[in-house]
Structures are given as C-alpha cells and as structure tokens.
Ligand binder design. Structure first.
Ligand code: NIG
Length: 421
C-alpha cells in the first residue's frame, strides 16, 4: 500500500457512531476510566493538514468555507482511532510452523527452545537475510496491519544478536519508519536471547551490548527504547539492571519483557527504573502490580501469546481493578504469537481475560500510545491529535471484539491521508 488521497481539509460527516476514546489530557486511561470511551452518535470530525481540528455532534458543526474540502459521508460507518500495537517482533525472516505442529502434539515452547529451536532458529534465518529482504517482509506486514486498522507499530530488534545483524535490523526498522505510512517505533532488544557465540558467557554478552552497541545506537538515534527478556534461562535481573543503566545513560527509554514464563522479580525491577511499559506479566504477583502502579508504567498484556502457547493468561481483570493502566498488543512473532490482528487480541482479552469490550478498546488504542510515550499525539480522536482514524462497516463498536475473525475495515485514514489498497 503506497498510495493515498490527501486533501488539506477532510470532513467526516454524519458518522453513525464515533468512538473518541478521549483521554482528556491524561497520559493513559487507568482502572475504571478505561470503560469511558466518549461515544457520540451522528458526529462530525474536521481534519486539517492531518490534524484533528473539530469533533462533535453533526448538528453543532458549521461547515468551513474552504473550496477544496473533501466530505466523506459516514452515515453507515463507525469511526475509531487507529490501533497502536506497542509490542511486536515484526521484522524476522523464516517461519516456525514446524514448532507449532510440535506444540500441538504436546512439546512446550521452552522444550523446543532448549532443543535448539525457538528464538535462535529465527536468529539464524534473520542473520541470513539481507536488509533489503527484511524490509520487503516488513513492508508487507505493515501493509497488512494497516488493512486491519493498525496505524502505529513498535518493532523490536533481537533476531540478529551480533553487532552487524542488530544494526541491520534497526536500520531496516528506521528505513521502514521513513518510507511507510504507518508510524513505526524502534526498540533495541539485543538482550532477547544469548547468541551461540557467547554460550556460557551472558555477562560478557551484556558487556558488549552496553559498551559497544548501545553507544552506537544512541549516537545514530536508531532506537527510542531498550528492552530485555529478563527471564529464567535468558537474562538475569542483575544483567538486565546493568543493561538498563547503560541504556538510560545513552538516552534510551525502557521497555521490558517481564514475568512471562517464571516470576524472578523482572517487573519489579522494571518498575524501579520507571520503564515506560512492562510487558507480558503472565506470572505477575500482587506486589509487582503495586510496584508498576506506583512507578506509573503501562502494564502491557499480550493475549495472543497465552492463546497461541495455550498457557495461563495474565490477571488483567485484577490489574485493571487495582487501578493499573493496561495496554494490549499482539507481540507478533514467529514463535509465541503468529498474528498481528489487534481485533483478535481484543476478542481474546474479553473472552479469556475478563476485559469488557470498552476496556479492550482503550487498551488497544490510547493506552498502547502511552506505552510508546505517544499518547499526546495519537491513540484517540481529539482536537490537536494526528488524524489516525479507521472507518468500519459495523453498527456498534462492540462488533470489533464480538464479530471476530472478520476484517470490518472500510477506510483507513493515516495522518489525514485516505489510504488506497
Ligand atoms: O515475547 N519472549 C520473548 N520473545 C517473544 C518470542 C519470540 C520468539 O519466540 O521468536 C515473546 O514471546
């Protein structure tokens, strides 16, 4: 998808149901505020130069007198903010359908990784791919995500695990950010797994990340965030702490894979660093929930992982009830969640994690934006924000989670540009 229609002024008229997900000045929606979506029937939105300038009831709207304004009749459509997928491993070569078949027959994700599969098998395929090949794969996936209503995507490195291959991944992500309509945010995940070259020497590998890669990445501004897979058999709390100190010193913000397979204190460490988001949380306990709430981090849950690996879900209901701001992301990757459908994640969050459709929507939009420090720009349909708006042919926003497995997208508007398939 590389064509779009741009008009200086775009008016979405008579929108059947407008769901603003308005944050009303807050950084994110927390606890019960996640149910307040700011829904308006028969609404109008005025967009100028890609920015939302007016939102309200159609009866209150006075048409501006610009000759080339484009009007879009939305009387059969619902309008919602574009999804913000704040945790993905989108850039990889190869695929792991053989591991999927093994898991269906009873092998666990970790058993497969221990036998040489898992992340390291994708590392081999990604090292063998050129930057050009990776970009081609990435571009196609970003196109397909846009078609499903996702207008902002975070992409992690972490399938290179050598200096050259991590830089190759980050350059590809940054070039996609320049060239693609989607907003793309780059995260450095050099501490995703221990590369074979450093077997038995995780401390040595972390030292290389801190002393060589982070300064280089920071100098070239190749990543906004630094993440780490702090987990039994991957990186310890102490190693992650060393890495995070170096990342902060280099000027990167923090994200973190925490409490996915075991509870080793990873999310509490993330909270102590005031990480922008702390992600996964399948094994979170109530102390860690409290630490995240006090730190003001976003707790990002990844419903597709528990669904796809068929293991326990994070206690998202309890997290929201305890006042946490929850974001939902796909975690799209070839191992633990081979899906980049945000509506599918919302359905799973509702059916398996006890979120209401309203909470799931807030989690997939404005709170996802907060998990990327972007909620001042995107994630809701409010005056002053970028016009990332999806028009759906549905009678009610609840159909997004309820009528699952179907793409309801009618029109994609990215920063005021109507994208053409
Ligand atoms: O978030 N946990 C670490 N990383 C991914 C899985 C990546 C892979 O299996 O390739 C995750 O689940």
């Amino acid at each position: 998808m590389n064509r779009g229609f741009y008009s200086v002024q775009l008016i979405l008229q008579n929108i059947r149901q407008l769901v603003t997900v308005a944050a009303r000045g807050a950084f994110a929606k927390s606890g019960h505020a996640m149910r307040d979506l700011g829904v308006l029937d028969d609404a109008t939105v005025l967009i100028e130069d890609g920015i939302i300038r007016w939102v309200g009831a159609s009866s209150d709207f006075h048409e501006p007198s610009i000759a080339d304004a484009t009007m879009l009749d939305c009387s059969e459509l619902a309008a919602l903010p574009g999804f913000v997928d704040s945790h993905t491993h989108l850039l990889f070569a190869g695929s792991r359908e053989d591991e999927f078949a093994m898991r269906v027959e009873g092998r666990s994700y970790q058993e497969i990784a221990d036998a040489g599969g898992g992340i390291l098998s994708t590392v081999n395929a990604t090292r063998a791919a050129s930057k050009k090949e990776l970009k081609k794969l990435g571009r196609q996936r970003l196109d397909d995500m846009l078609k499903l209503g996702t207008t902002t995507v975070e992409i992690k490195s972490g399938y290179g695990l050598t200096q050259d291959d991590e830089i190759k991944m980050l350059e590809a992500i940054n070039e996609l950010a320049e060239e693609h309509y989607s907003t793309v945010v780059a995260t450095f995940l050099g501490a995703h797994a221990l590369p074979p070259e450093f077997a038995g020497n995780a401390d040595g590998y972390v030292a290389v990340l801190c002393q060589r890669l982070l300064p280089y990445i920071a100098k070239r501004k190749l990543a906004a965030f630094c993440d780490a897979f702090c987990e039994t058999k991957y990186f310890t709390v102490a190693q992650t702490e060393t890495l995070f100190r170096a990342a902060l010193a280099a000027g990167l913000k923090l994200k973190r894979h925490a409490d996915q397979l075991t509870q080793i204190g990873a999310s509490k460490l993330g909270a102590s660093f005031h990480a922008t988001s702390i992600d996964h949380l399948e094994k979170i306990d109530s102390d860690a929930m409290e630490a995240i709430r006090e730190a003001g981090s976003i707790a990002t849950v990844l419903p597709g992982v528990s669904f796809f690996l068929n293991y326990g879900y994070p206690p998202a209901r309890q997290m929201i009830d305890s006042g946490l701001p929850i974001a939902i992301a796909t975690n799209f990757n070839p191992g633990s969640c081979m899906s980049f459908s945000m509506p599918m994640m919302m359905t799973i969050a509702c059916t398996h994690m006890g979120l209401t459709p309203e909470e799931a929507l807030a989690a997939a939009t404005v709170n996802g934006a907060a998990a990327l420090n972007l909620s001042h720009r995107i994630g809701s349909i409010e005056v002053g924000k970028e016009a990332d708006i999806i028009l759906y042919r549905i009678p009610h926003y609840r159909h997004l989670a309820y009528h699952f497995g179907v793409n309801h997208v009618e029109t994609i508007i990215k920063r005021g540009v109507i994208l053409e398939f």
